[in-house]
Design a protein around this ligand. Sequence first.
Ligand SMILES: [Zn+2]
Length: 531
Amino acid sequence: MIEIETTNEDGERAKSDVPMAYVKDLPKFVTGLLNNYHDSGQLTWHSQHIPEDEIWLKIGGDHGGGSLKLSLQIANLSRPNSKHNTVIFNIFEAKDTRKNLEIALSPYCEQFKQLNGQTWHGKHLRIFLFGDYDFLSKVYGISGAAAKFPCLWCHASKFQIQKDPESREYVEGRTLKTLKRDHRQFVEKGQGKIENAGAYHNAIHQPLFPVHINRVCPPYLHILLGVVKKHHVMLERECHELDLLIGGHALMTEEESPDAEFGEYILRSREIQKREKKEKKLSTLLEEMEDNTPLAHLELQENKLQETLKKLRKNISRKTQENKLKERKGPVTSNLDKLLNSHKIVPQAYHARSFVGNHCKKYLEPQVYEDLCRSITTIACKMTKHDGTLLRAYWIRDVYEELNRKFSVVHKLISHDKPIGREEIPTIQKKIKEYMSFYRRKFPSSSVTPKMHFLEDHVCDWINTWGFGLGLHGEQGGEQVHATINLLKRRVWGVKSDKMKYEIMLKEHHMQISPCVQSVLPVPTKRVKNS
Ligand SMILES: [Zn+2]
């Protein structure tokens, strides 16, 4: 059991003991794992794209299912990023706060250094780090994506990343040395106060991982999730504005709406409009009254009219409030949800409507984004004949189709785990530039997010240095281990000691991913649906 700091019901800091199970001697464990992979003939150097005298070892972490898990992967396997090749070496029933990461990672600091120089059968081990951006930021001690200096790989500020890289002033890259220097100054000159962090490149803690930043893989899975979500949220907003325009124009005409629910909204809007006209008439009448009414009657009539006006204004205000077109309820926007559903893409209600990785990949298939974009003009043409509104609908269709097309080209080039030759990099750089320039040109008031910056400034450097798509070094496998542990949890529910539970789960997990066990397991076959 490990003591951690928590907050109690009153928000006060408290200490509590939580279970942790871990591999004590990581270098020995890795050697054993490599021996097993070697004996079962699974090691590969990906046609010499990993130098033949090197073994690439990935270390990473993620929080999920109530526990923080540190895991490792050997990249010298045919499917290195599969969950079957992701080995948990520390599981800790705690949140992924910086403090808890210190508890989990600190004992390994020396072991990581040892592993980094270790040889196995004359081959050098090279360590990489993977994880989502929040994890990577905490491990290297920076404030994270919302900070003034949000990037782990360079000192570009959140203002500088808005500009095209070519029109930006020189930006220094981060290294372990600059992180330590900035943190020292933050403590000495900035007195360690968070409000001063921006003056020291947001280096608020010491790095916990003793490995150079150029071995930290840009988290492509999360870049993908962030970009696709941003595209879709922007598209929904545009469509909502379009629905409001359609509604506004319908008020000017007497045409009936073909959409029943939207038709009700229009009818209610027309009622409000009638009341507004009446209110205008009465206001004018009140202004004219002084000139036309004999003094003896003026006060009484004026009071009566003012009372009627007051009631009317109150009524208009209430009705307008009640009749607001809710987001995603207009005909164009609500149809987007129906189409996503028909393509079996489900926004995750409990994760701010993000899509999971596989749904993002599906979203970037032409049949999906074309279907979504083209539905906008189809529905708009049914709902209105107003030229300006239809022109807006065509603009949204064309721009979002192109935006998704440009990003899907980039996605296909970089998301895989296959080797990428140096000669392919100029094409990748060009496609990323085309996507980002299009985004900046068409959406000048939308910001470039840190994830877009990693894509624009650091992905090609990574591929150029290591020669693989981001799927090889990325965080996918580390995200999938939670489901494995959740299944194991059910098996140990009868065990009384929490500590014991975690130890059994870790041992069982090691048994399951053991190369010897894997080699005798039947290959799962895909179920074929009966037609
Ligand atoms: Zn950067």
